[in-house]
Design a protein around this ligand. Structure first.
Ligand code: 4NP
Length: 148
């Protein structure tokens, strides 16, 4: 799960997918990172943590990190939150011949539509509710497809 700072959107996506995979007895590893490293080592944004607590998830153990080369070999799928993240990740993926692993996360939901998960960092608190709902649905879809 990749966003810009790895403190708002991708930590929510990681928390949701890992918990749902665990609940379904699926042995998969979920991680998240940012295309930027400004927040490396930090916990998720307090607004993401409290939104997740409100919905029954704990992501306080997560720590922000920047994307690294090993991600392109260690992970089978790389989900980006918006077009800017996608362009950045694809340019790195090229060097690893891993472009086919990379897509927008909402394309799991509505194939080929290229919808984005908006960055809630500078916005109002209800942006986190929107992000949660988008990622809740997207991760349900990922779980359904993994089951198949
Ligand atoms: P995220 O949100 O990409 O969803 O984690 C952001 C977090 C921090 C910044 C930008 C977006 N920032 O500029 O520090």
């Amino acid at each position: 799960m990749v966003c810009l700072g790895n403190i708002c959107r991708s930590p929510i996506a990681e928390g949701l997918l890992q918990q749902k995979a665990d609940d379904n007895g699926m042995d998969i590893t979920v991680d998240s990172c940012g295309t930027g490293g400004w927040h490396a080592g930090e916990t998720p944004d307090p607004r993401s943590m409290s939104k997740m607590v409100e919905k029954g998830y704990d992501i306080s153990h997560q720590r922000s990190r920047k994307i690294r080369d090993a991600d392109f070999t260690e992970f089978d799928r790389i989900y980006c939150m918006d077009e800017s993240n996608l362009a950045d990740v694809k340019s790195i993926a090229k060097a690893h011949n891993a472009e086919e692993k990379v897509d927008l996360i909402l394309n799991t939901q509505t194939y080929g539509s290229d919808f984005e998960v908006p960055d809630p960092y500078y916005g109002a608190a209800d942006g986190f509710e929107l992000v949660f709902n988008m990622l809740d649905q997207a991760t349900n879809k990922i779980i359904d497809e993994l089951k198949k």
